[in-house]
Design a protein around this ligand. Structure first.
Ligand code: FES
Length: 244
């Protein structure tokens, strides 16, 4: 985690990008009039993306001015959440998960690569391309070990890593090559390596086993129809002249 204090060197100003402006308006419009401050976290995130991956003091002031919020209140939020970087970072911010499942599956090797290629954590590599830090579980333990990489293109997970695939990932990113998100060992999502082993019969998915339902299971019983009332038998009509 980077220090939770403002960077010593600060730029003179900050302005939202055209896209950032659009996104800021979208988020502010989600809250009722007078409650615009509720959009402080999304706006700080947008400002961070527009500011090369970190929050400068002018960027925080711009967010406060946009929301009618005291600058100190914005600073309190920005310094509390570790997702906000308070010092400049490289073009790609690499967050290496070091929690137990990733540690048992080799996050130590990933950290070794980061140290070798980038330098100490929370520093910027000599070419300005990378910064790395260690974080707690990112919720992809089934694909351990993994990293999250944030840059102007977004934030994405890279999973099932080892030393070689991490080196390759850094090479590709440094060269501006397209990189594949998700597992780096060829498996699909969290399926077993080599593909799914169960529920593989095609007939399970092509609809051929579907049969029309005769009745819907557990459907409420239809109300019984009221019985039709019996019509009283017609009285026999006396014939004229009968009984004379
Ligand atoms: S322990 Fe690394 S993603 Fe959960």
């Amino acid at each position: 985690m980077s220090g939770r204090h403002l960077a010593k060197e600060q730029p003179d100003s900050f302005t939202f990008s055209k896209d950032g402006e659009k996104k800021a308006k979208y988020w502010i419009a989600k809250y009722p009039k007078g409650k615009e401050r509720s959009a402080v976290i999304p706006l700080l995130w947008i400002a961070q993306k527009d500011n090369g991956g970190w929050l400068s003091e002018p960027a925080m002031r711009a967010v406060g001015d946009r929301l009618g919020m005291a600058h100190i209140r914005v600073l309190e939020v920005a310094t509390f959440y570790t997702m906000f970087k308070l010092e400049p970072v490289g073009e790609h911010l690499i967050q290496v998960c070091g929690t137990t499942p990733c540690m048992l599956r080799g996050s130590g090797d990933i950290i070794k690569v980061c140290k070798k290629r980038i330098g100490e954590k929370n520093t910027i590599s000599a070419d300005g391309k990378f910064t790395w830090e260690e974080v707690e579980c990112l919720g992809a333990c089934v694909n351990a070990p993994m990293v999250q990489i944030s840059n102007t293109a977004g934030d994405a997970y890279y999973e099932d890593l080892n030393e070689a695939s991490m080196e390759k990932l850094l090479d590709d990113l440094a060269a501006g090559r397209k990189v594949k998100h998700g597992p780096q060992n060829g498996r699909h999502t969290s399926e077993p390596l080599g593909g799914a082993q169960t529920l593989t019969a095609k007939a399970l998915y092509d609809g051929s086993r579907a049969k029309p339902l005769k009745k819907i299971p557990n459907a409420p019983k239809a109300a019984a129809k009221p019985k039709a009332k019996k019509k009283p038998a017609a009285k026999p009509v006396a014939k004229k002249g009968a009984g004379k």
